[in-house]
Ligand binder design. Sequence first.
Ligand code: F6P
Length: 446
Amino acid sequence: MPFTVVSTRGPFSHERVGGTYRIRYSAGGVSSSISRLMDHEGGTWVCLGDGSGDQAFEVEDHGNYRISRVIIGRKETRGFYEGYANSTLWPLFHYFRERVNYNQTNFMYYEIVNKLFAETVKRNIDANTTIWVHDYQLALLPGMLRNDGIKNRIIFSWHIPWVSPEFFSLLPESRQLIQGIARADAITVHTDWYKTNFVNSYRFVTGSDDSIDSRVFHIPLGIDSRYYASKAKHAHYPLDRRDRKLIFSVDRLDYTKGLVNRVLAVEKLLSLYPDLAEKFIYVMAVNPSRASVRQYQIFRRELEFHIGRINGEFGNVNWMPIVYMYKRLGESSLISFYRHADVALVTPLSDGLNLVSKEFVACTNDGVLILSKFAGAAQDLKGAVIVNPNSLEEMANAIRQALTMNAEERAQRLAMMKGNVEKKNLTWWLNRVRALAARKLHENSS
Ligand code: F6P
């Protein structure tokens, strides 16, 4: 059964450089997972044309599938992407109440861009297509398609946390948003907590007691674990020297990822346990992200200030505790770090799932994963050292525990996690969604 997949972020965009075009690949787990699926499954991918040269590639055949881009102007980008999606919904759904921007004009642009997506989707379906919509940027889309008479199956996959009903109702547009999503035949989230929160939010803000819970499913996104494992077998050691333990992290630059707390935890580690100085090196790779949003620019300065301060205090000419890279790592470097890191730090303050944790598990042979209890993946990866990223001492002690853990415990923990990552992989996820798409149509679509 063919899918028309819809997400704001596509697989890549085209940047105009001088007189030519250069391809820029997207960061973020959702688009890389969908890319992999589309390569195998074919179909159409409707996404935002956010590159400076995308206008020339509005419709493009790429390998096995077709890309159909929604082109928007600067005003729409500001109101929809930088504004409502990433300065209102993003902080709200990650429990950053003080960062939520309430702005009706931005919501108007959110509606306009969702409508543009609806028009593009309509041009890219036939009677048998299942429409698979992704994430918080497109919450109004299922409702808009239904209002336009579209009867196809619609699956909606929500990739970020779903907050408690009271918190969700802070949003002035909460009713419109959840009613829009609820017009899909099936809704997927990554954990059973998010499912409970979604169902309760629906009842709380709409006052309705219909059978919404029978249409919401907890299906955590998986990775192509075999692909990562086979690439990792050939990965070279990524540093010059092997005499120190290697701690690694990779994240988009985002205040939800707990990056400042993480470097403060390294500071705490070195203060509590000075004997660990020069015994490890922490490689922190940070992917540039949402750099046009002011909150992200300020956050970057804050993070870099702390890294400089901590390196200045604890480092010397031969050793710096934190090696910081503000750039997107290529896949082979990334896999080398996953393969050879002794410890991976995945410590977001709030995260819908976090695929980095699963990629690390697939690639490593005997590494230790330190994982935040506030990442959705913590429900799946029980063998990780689970931490509360708000406690610097707890994090510092977890790092020490990981650095000194014996081989037997490392192996036991890793086996438990590999079992989950290999079983609940990307194919498992797709098959679960396919099964939803094959179910009887919901009354919304009739
Ligand atoms: O995983 C959540 C998510 O917002 C995706 O929808 C998105 O592709 C990714 O994070 C990266 O964010 P952005 O598309 O704004 O770069």
